[in-house]
Write a protein that binds this ligand. Structure first.
Ligand SMILES: [Zn+2]
Length: 212
């Protein structure tokens, strides 16, 4: 079986498996437990547009998880089926930001591309936030400014409540009289954001607004 699980879909599985254990913990009612297990399986499959019989069979095992060890083992077994973000080189990164002077490069050797929906990193000295996203099979580099929020807030990409920064990005193609910048509250730590993101729609909308 070829890899077919994108990072955000893996996060759905991870989240659903954890939720399942919490929900069935201490449940004595068989019917309730069955319903919860069926719901978990449904939510996992719902994260995919289409699945082959083999893929469905693999994923349906999520509803059988009983112990913490089962869960850890199951997630490990999914590893060979996880799709990776393109394995970028520093040269690829530079090519995505042709107009940026003094581009700060990410430390690529530290990046787990399998656990990446978007690559995000910061130039702390210059208060700049960089992102590389894969939209419709095309890599897009986005550069913006950021201001750390003093209050915890909800990330507008992954939906998690935590430490965020406000990232503002100028629109790439604007007419002079209509010069606008878009901004969003985004997890301060992009690696954490990538561990929580379960849907790509907010990220894609954000990027499309910028490049439109
Ligand atoms: Zn986030």
């Amino acid at each position: 079986m070829e890899p077919f699980i994108q990072n955000h879909q893996f996060n759905v599985i991870k989240h659903q498996a954890t939720l399942l254990q919490k929900q069935v913990h201490g449940t004595i009612d068989r019917d309730v437990e069955e319903a919860v297990r069926a719901g978990t399986e449904w939510n996992v499959k719902d994260a995919f547009c289409e699945l082959s019989e083999e893929q469905e069979e693999l994923l349906s095992r999520v509803s059988d998880l009983r112990t913490e060890e089962d869960r850890v083992e199951f997630l490990k077994e999914l590893h060979p089926y996880r799709l990776s973000f393109p394995d970028l080189t520093q040269r690829d990164v530079k090519e995505l930001f042709p107009k940026t002077k003094r581009l700060k490069l990410p430390i690529l050797k530290d990046v787990d591309f399998t656990a990446t929906t978007y690559l995000g990193w910061k130039d702390i000295g210059a208060s700049r936030h960089y992102m590389i996203c894969l939209i419709n099979g095309k890599l897009i580099g986005v550069e913006g400014r950021y201001v750390i929020s003093t209050k915890k807030s909800m990330c507008e990409i992954c939906g998690r409540y935590g430490d965020v920064a406000f990232m503002s990005v100028p629109k790439q193609r604007t007419s002079e009289e209509n010069e606008k910048a878009f901004g969003k509250f985004v997890c301060y730590d992009s690696r954490e954001c990538n561990q929580y993101i379960q849907k790509k729609d907010k990220l894609e909308q954000f990027i499309e607004q910028i490049i439109d």
